[in-house]
Design a protein around this ligand. Sequence first.
Ligand code: ATP
Ligand code: MG
Length: 351
Amino acid sequence: MQIKIDHLTKKFPDTTAVDDFTMEFESGKLTALLGPSGCGKSTMLNMLAGILPATDGHIYFDDDDVTDMPPQKRGVGLVFQNYALYPHMTVLENICFPLEIQKVNKAERIEKAKEMAKLVHVDQYLDRKPKELSGGQQQRVAIARALIKTPRLLLLDEPLSNLDARLRIEMREEIRRIQQETKVTTIFVTHDQEEAMSISDSIVLMKDGILMQVDKPQALYDDPNHTFVASFLGNPPINNLEGIINDAGDFELKDHSATIKLNEKKGIKGEEVILGIRPEAITIGPDFNTKAEILERYTMGKEELANIKIGSAELRVYISVDHDCKKGDVIDLVLRNKGVFLFDKASGKRL
Ligand SMILES: Nc1ncnc2c1ncn2[C@@H]1O[C@H](COP(=O)(O)OP(=O)(O)OP(=O)(O)O)[C@@H](O)[C@H]1O
Ligand SMILES: [Mg+2]
């Protein structure tokens, strides 16, 4: 099912939590709603679920306007951070529960629950109580319970944030698998860019209730439309340098301590800009006049990182292990075409 939202807005007395969103969530795909804490992700999800009324705008499920439809009629499955399982019920009873409410007969609901338990790999724990399960297993049960009604839309609000780092990675792969097997249109809320990048078909990046950019994960990383988008994605993060474009069309640091040659001239000069350089976007080469001093080199797992200084600006970059430069050396470097962006300083928009 395709979800369309049209000028959707939610105002609270002192915040506009969702500000005039117009977009579509693709049918049968997994979309991540990504953004920092407080940017309106849960508010958006709760409006889609029907738990929160919209202040303005419309929500369409395919061609149905569901803006005023009560939650139980929307055919939505919900999973939250705290699994919210019923502690006194077994795994099987928990998964069955939504069908019991719908008065589905017992044999049928047990059969369906077993099928769901198998799908999420908890079929060996059917008689256990939630407290006898690990966090990851409890979250699988919560997902099975959300899926048993065959929802048209599955909404997951930070479902992995109570799990430890390793389990999070395992569970995000599981959610990906379950989504691909069931093909249910899914919206997954997270503030973790790596989680969003690895799990989703597309990402909706939000900031202060505003839709910043919607794109496929790699496209969002490679082609950000705003300095916020460029900075939110990527670890180690992008280097942001403040300065102006000089008469030659190159970048000059604000305090004039260095100039960086740009591969692509934008036909502007004198403008205040932010130059974003991803850590992987430089190479060392002899014929370029951007000089940098190596402040520190260190390895991070299998990667080699360096802190370098260009004029007064410090950057964190990858340097190939083939270069045997060391701390204190001055190197010539060149920017790659990919991973280098110019943003307007005042608006943050990509130039
Ligand atoms: N019931 C409410 N009444 C008033 N303000 C609210 C209410 N719910 C949320 N807000 C405000 O709306 C904004 C968005 O909140 P929301 O919970 O949607 O953020 P979020 O992106 O889900 O954050 P987090 O990642 O921390 O869960 C916040 O500024 C929050 O304080
Ligand atoms: Mg939230």
